[in-house]
Design a protein around this ligand. Structure first.
Ligand code: SAH
Length: 218
Protein backbone atom coordinates (compact mmCIF):
# COMPACT_ATOMS: atom_id res chain seq x y z
CA UNK A 1 0.00 0.00 0.00
CA UNK A 2 1.33 3.40 -0.95
CA UNK A 3 1.38 6.15 1.57
CA UNK A 4 -1.30 8.83 1.43
CA UNK A 5 1.01 11.78 0.92
CA UNK A 6 -1.85 14.20 0.26
CA UNK A 7 -3.32 13.40 3.65
CA UNK A 8 0.07 13.75 5.37
CA UNK A 9 0.65 17.10 3.65
CA UNK A 10 -2.75 18.38 4.75
CA UNK A 11 -2.14 17.20 8.32
CA UNK A 12 1.25 18.89 8.58
CA UNK A 13 -0.16 22.11 7.11
CA UNK A 14 -2.99 22.08 9.66
CA UNK A 15 -0.49 21.53 12.46
CA UNK A 16 1.76 24.37 11.27
CA UNK A 17 -1.30 26.61 11.26
CA UNK A 18 -2.43 25.41 14.69
CA UNK A 19 1.02 26.03 16.14
CA UNK A 20 0.95 29.57 14.75
CA UNK A 21 3.70 29.22 12.12
CA UNK A 22 1.39 29.55 9.13
CA UNK A 23 -0.62 32.75 9.39
CA UNK A 24 -1.44 33.77 5.81
CA UNK A 25 -3.62 31.94 3.27
CA UNK A 26 -0.89 32.52 0.65
CA UNK A 27 1.84 30.62 2.49
CA UNK A 28 -0.61 27.97 3.67
CA UNK A 29 -1.72 27.34 0.08
CA UNK A 30 1.93 27.05 -0.97
CA UNK A 31 2.50 24.35 1.67
CA UNK A 32 -0.58 22.52 0.42
CA UNK A 33 0.62 22.86 -3.16
CA UNK A 34 4.18 21.53 -3.01
CA UNK A 35 4.73 17.75 -2.78
CA UNK A 36 7.62 17.75 -0.26
CA UNK A 37 7.94 13.96 -0.62
CA UNK A 38 9.16 14.49 -4.20
CA UNK A 39 11.99 16.82 -3.12
CA UNK A 40 13.56 15.01 -0.16
CA UNK A 41 15.86 12.02 -0.79
CA UNK A 42 14.41 8.53 -0.94
CA UNK A 43 16.04 7.35 2.32
CA UNK A 44 14.28 10.04 4.40
CA UNK A 45 11.06 10.20 2.40
CA UNK A 46 9.05 8.55 5.19
CA UNK A 47 9.80 11.69 7.28
CA UNK A 48 8.84 14.16 4.54
CA UNK A 49 5.91 15.48 6.58
CA UNK A 50 7.50 15.40 10.03
CA UNK A 51 8.40 18.84 11.34
CA UNK A 52 12.14 18.12 11.35
CA UNK A 53 15.18 19.12 9.28
CA UNK A 54 16.28 16.37 6.87
CA UNK A 55 19.65 15.51 5.28
CA UNK A 56 19.72 16.14 1.52
CA UNK A 57 23.25 14.85 0.81
CA UNK A 58 26.66 16.52 0.54
CA UNK A 59 26.53 17.42 4.24
CA UNK A 60 23.57 19.76 3.70
CA UNK A 61 20.10 19.80 5.27
CA UNK A 62 16.69 21.13 4.42
CA UNK A 63 15.09 23.06 7.29
CA UNK A 64 12.12 21.88 9.29
CA UNK A 65 8.80 22.96 7.74
CA UNK A 66 8.06 25.25 10.72
CA UNK A 67 11.32 27.15 10.11
CA UNK A 68 10.52 27.50 6.42
CA UNK A 69 7.01 28.73 7.31
CA UNK A 70 8.47 31.40 9.61
CA UNK A 71 10.75 32.66 6.83
CA UNK A 72 8.07 32.71 4.17
CA UNK A 73 5.58 34.53 6.41
CA UNK A 74 8.33 37.03 7.23
CA UNK A 75 8.99 37.58 3.52
CA UNK A 76 5.35 38.66 2.98
CA UNK A 77 5.63 38.01 -0.75
CA UNK A 78 3.05 39.10 -3.28
CA UNK A 79 2.27 37.38 -6.57
CA UNK A 80 4.57 38.69 -9.31
CA UNK A 81 7.35 39.82 -6.99
CA UNK A 82 10.88 38.76 -7.85
CA UNK A 83 12.88 36.58 -5.49
CA UNK A 84 16.49 35.51 -5.22
CA UNK A 85 16.95 32.40 -3.10
CA UNK A 86 20.42 31.55 -1.81
CA UNK A 87 20.97 27.79 -1.39
CA UNK A 88 18.79 25.73 -3.74
CA UNK A 89 19.48 22.40 -2.05
CA UNK A 90 16.75 19.96 -3.06
CA UNK A 91 14.58 22.76 -4.44
CA UNK A 92 11.71 22.50 -1.95
CA UNK A 93 11.83 26.06 -0.69
CA UNK A 94 12.22 27.37 -4.25
CA UNK A 95 9.03 25.48 -5.15
CA UNK A 96 7.16 27.13 -2.26
CA UNK A 97 8.46 30.50 -3.42
CA UNK A 98 7.28 29.78 -6.97
CA UNK A 99 3.82 28.83 -5.68
CA UNK A 100 3.62 32.23 -4.02
CA UNK A 101 5.10 34.62 -6.61
CA UNK A 102 4.37 32.59 -9.74
CA UNK A 103 6.37 31.13 -12.64
CA UNK A 104 9.68 32.69 -13.77
CA UNK A 105 9.88 35.05 -10.79
CA UNK A 106 12.30 32.97 -8.69
CA UNK A 107 15.99 32.51 -9.29
CA UNK A 108 17.86 30.23 -6.92
CA UNK A 109 21.63 29.98 -6.60
CA UNK A 110 23.53 26.95 -5.29
CA UNK A 111 27.30 26.53 -4.84
CA UNK A 112 27.41 22.74 -5.05
CA UNK A 113 26.84 21.62 -8.67
CA UNK A 114 25.42 18.23 -7.60
CA UNK A 115 22.74 19.89 -5.47
CA UNK A 116 22.01 22.48 -8.15
CA UNK A 117 21.37 19.60 -10.56
CA UNK A 118 19.19 17.81 -8.00
CA UNK A 119 17.19 20.93 -7.20
CA UNK A 120 16.77 21.81 -10.87
CA UNK A 121 15.61 18.27 -11.70
CA UNK A 122 13.14 18.15 -8.78
CA UNK A 123 11.69 21.54 -9.67
CA UNK A 124 11.29 20.62 -13.35
CA UNK A 125 9.75 17.23 -12.52
CA UNK A 126 7.11 18.98 -10.42
CA UNK A 127 6.47 21.63 -13.07
CA UNK A 128 7.99 24.66 -11.34
CA UNK A 129 9.52 27.32 -13.57
CA UNK A 130 12.46 28.42 -11.40
CA UNK A 131 15.91 29.32 -12.71
CA UNK A 132 18.68 27.47 -10.86
CA UNK A 133 22.17 28.94 -11.12
CA UNK A 134 25.45 27.40 -9.94
CA UNK A 135 27.64 29.91 -8.15
CA UNK A 136 28.63 31.78 -5.02
CA UNK A 137 25.36 33.23 -3.78
CA UNK A 138 27.13 35.58 -1.38
CA UNK A 139 27.64 37.76 -4.46
CA UNK A 140 23.93 37.66 -5.24
CA UNK A 141 22.93 37.35 -8.89
CA UNK A 142 23.34 40.72 -10.56
CA UNK A 143 21.95 39.82 -13.97
CA UNK A 144 18.36 39.56 -12.70
CA UNK A 145 18.59 42.26 -10.00
CA UNK A 146 17.00 44.18 -8.39
CA UNK A 147 14.81 41.80 -6.35
CA UNK A 148 11.80 42.35 -4.14
CA UNK A 149 13.22 39.75 -1.80
CA UNK A 150 16.48 37.93 -1.14
CA UNK A 151 15.96 34.86 1.03
CA UNK A 152 18.92 32.88 2.34
CA UNK A 153 18.68 29.27 3.50
CA UNK A 154 22.28 29.11 4.79
CA UNK A 155 23.71 31.03 7.75
CA UNK A 156 26.02 34.01 7.21
CA UNK A 157 28.32 35.99 9.55
CA UNK A 158 26.73 39.21 8.25
CA UNK A 159 24.43 40.26 5.40
CA UNK A 160 26.55 40.29 2.22
CA UNK A 161 26.75 43.75 0.61
CA UNK A 162 25.73 42.52 -2.86
CA UNK A 163 22.36 41.37 -1.50
CA UNK A 164 21.73 44.87 -0.18
CA UNK A 165 22.70 46.44 -3.51
CA UNK A 166 20.51 43.99 -5.41
CA UNK A 167 17.37 44.64 -3.32
CA UNK A 168 14.72 47.14 -4.48
CA UNK A 169 13.56 49.98 -2.26
CA UNK A 170 10.62 48.44 -0.40
CA UNK A 171 12.26 45.03 -0.71
CA UNK A 172 13.55 42.79 2.05
CA UNK A 173 16.28 40.35 2.90
CA UNK A 174 15.47 37.35 5.09
CA UNK A 175 18.59 35.63 6.34
CA UNK A 176 19.98 33.61 9.26
CA UNK A 177 22.85 35.73 10.64
CA UNK A 178 25.26 34.71 13.40
CA UNK A 179 28.81 34.92 14.65
CA UNK A 180 29.16 31.14 14.88
CA UNK A 181 29.01 28.93 11.79
CA UNK A 182 26.12 26.86 13.09
CA UNK A 183 23.91 29.16 15.16
CA UNK A 184 22.11 32.23 13.93
CA UNK A 185 19.24 34.61 14.50
CA UNK A 186 16.74 35.07 11.70
CA UNK A 187 17.12 38.66 10.52
CA UNK A 188 14.70 40.62 8.35
CA UNK A 189 16.21 43.69 6.71
CA UNK A 190 13.87 46.06 4.89
CA UNK A 191 15.20 48.64 2.43
CA UNK A 192 13.20 51.78 3.17
CA UNK A 193 15.17 54.11 0.85
CA UNK A 194 18.33 53.96 -1.28
CA UNK A 195 20.45 54.41 1.83
CA UNK A 196 18.23 53.29 4.74
CA UNK A 197 17.50 49.86 6.17
CA UNK A 198 15.29 48.69 9.02
CA UNK A 199 16.37 45.54 10.83
CA UNK A 200 14.34 43.09 12.84
CA UNK A 201 15.75 40.16 14.78
CA UNK A 202 13.57 37.09 15.01
CA UNK A 203 13.91 33.52 16.11
CA UNK A 204 17.18 31.72 16.98
CA UNK A 205 17.96 29.12 14.32
CA UNK A 206 20.62 26.66 13.11
CA UNK A 207 21.25 26.60 9.37
CA UNK A 208 24.20 25.09 7.50
CA UNK A 209 26.89 27.71 6.86
CA UNK A 210 26.83 30.04 3.87
CA UNK A 211 30.22 29.44 2.27
CA UNK A 212 31.68 32.02 -0.09
CA UNK A 213 33.59 35.22 -0.58
CA UNK A 214 31.19 37.23 1.63
CA UNK A 215 30.33 34.31 3.88
CA UNK A 216 32.26 31.63 5.77
CA UNK A 217 35.47 30.01 4.50
CA UNK A 218 35.27 26.55 2.98
N1 SAH B 1 16.55 25.80 0.34
C1 SAH B 1 17.10 24.47 0.40
C2 SAH B 1 17.91 24.26 1.65
C3 SAH B 1 19.31 24.00 1.29
S1 SAH B 1 20.48 23.95 2.63
C4 SAH B 1 16.04 23.41 0.25
O1 SAH B 1 14.84 23.74 0.20
O2 SAH B 1 16.40 22.23 0.14
C5 SAH B 1 21.49 25.32 2.18
C6 SAH B 1 22.17 25.22 0.85
O3 SAH B 1 22.97 26.39 0.70
C7 SAH B 1 23.10 24.04 0.66
O4 SAH B 1 22.68 23.31 -0.44
C8 SAH B 1 24.47 24.69 0.43
O5 SAH B 1 25.26 23.99 -0.50
C9 SAH B 1 24.08 26.04 -0.10
N2 SAH B 1 25.08 27.09 0.00
C10 SAH B 1 26.00 27.32 0.98
N3 SAH B 1 26.74 28.41 0.68
C11 SAH B 1 26.29 28.89 -0.52
C12 SAH B 1 26.64 29.99 -1.36
N4 SAH B 1 27.62 30.83 -1.05
N5 SAH B 1 25.95 30.16 -2.50
C13 SAH B 1 24.96 29.31 -2.86
N6 SAH B 1 24.58 28.26 -2.12
C14 SAH B 1 25.23 28.05 -0.95
Amino acid sequence: MGRDWDRDRKELTDKLQGWGYLTSPTVRDAFLGVPRERFVPEDVRRSAYDDVPLPIGFGQTISAPSMIAIMLEEAALLRGESVLEIGTGCGYNAALLAEIVGPDRVVSIERLPELADLGRANLAACGYRVEVVIGDGTKGHASRAPYDCVIATAGAPRIPKPWMEQTKVGGRIIAPIGRSRLNQTLVTARKTSDSKWEYKEGTPCAFVPLIGSEGWRD
